[in-house]
Design a protein around this ligand. Sequence first.
Ligand code: GLN
Length: 437
Amino acid sequence: GAKAAATASDERRAEGRARGPFDGIPYALKDSIVARELPATCGSRILENFVSPYDSTVATRLREAGAILVGKTNLDEFAMGSSNEHSAFGAASNPWDESRVPGGSSGGSCVAVAAGMAPLAFGSETGGSVRLPASYCGVVGVKPTYGRVSRYGLVAFGSSLDQIGPVTRDVAGAAAALAAVAGLDPCDATSADAPVPDWGTAVEEGRDGLQGLRVGVVRDFLGDGVDAGVRERVDAAVMDLGRQGAEIVEVELANVRYAVAAYYVVASAEASANLARFDGARYGRRAEDVADLEEMYTKSRSEGFGDEVKRRIMIGTFALSAGYYDAYYGRAMRARRLIQRDYERAFQSADVLISPVAPTPAFPLGERMAEPLAMYLTDAMTIPANLAGVPAISVPAGDADGLPVGLQIQAPHFREDQLFRAAAAHETAVGPAPVPA
Ligand code: GLN
């Protein structure tokens, strides 16, 4: 299919009918985003043999732009995880050090771009799943404003959080790729009717400096537990942005300390409802040798889902159950609101916020598998943006002992222009991201 599409693209180019900058560009797609007549396993046994009958809106828009889908990429099962290790088909490894995780859940998409398998890939975020692996693999990853990109054809995890975003080698590529897929879609009621500006202009502006831009350093993300090498790269980035004309201020997001706890209640609650559709009857795997319908459901789900997915379904079902709803889901939603207010306040004194993406660089494969809480805490700095719905980006900021470190930039709702401007300035200061040997 890819070869046929490439031949058709070559013909269009030869005839001067190229469809634009993406005509003929190969790209990879996280395996929880569907494309017509291709598998969409979601990294799960339950969808092992599922083939999608339709295109996601992202795949449709890229197809219309002439881009060529060259592969589906590995993920933690149903995007639940931070390391890629929860995939039913095994983890991808980090191209900078194969004994380490690539990050998750969109690890495969980031590995594909970092290792040069494709210049462009798409992943999805519910709580950091594009930015985290982008930072671990040394590539650019964007989590757009909630609603910026249609979720139609993205297998739902936490519907109030889910968002698709691009992975690229550089900031200009990310800005162009986001523009190619963003915008209102009648197939997704949560997609926003907001104009999609030309973010290339913001990238150009950033290369010329940051006069007039207020950069807020998030104090709460630079406390204990941040690796010394990570802190050094972020401090250096802040100095560089200051030298390029930005005004550096300090900001506080006091309630982000509740973010991980709130997220794992809200996301799991939504997941427990969303994953009810995988019942052995409608999609994918169906258990055999069963006595009745009840047993067919139970056996199909017991055999089809991995441990992490079962853990989320149980947490979510518990959090939503009668008598516990207020104590867990209700409180988590109140914490979410407090975090949103923190952002509103911070964006009164800063145009963008700067921090690490994660407390440490990529960790060794296996290190956090026995301890779900240690795995969840990997997301402490990325999850707040998902809870607040604001856009955020991870851009390469150098390395700590040979492992890539990502700089996180966050902006107010629908101000991706500010993200790209600041990210382009940072990229100009640190130079092009290196490629693994
Ligand atoms: N690591 C987080 C989780 O396991 C986020 C995953 C995501 O963003 N899809 O839920």
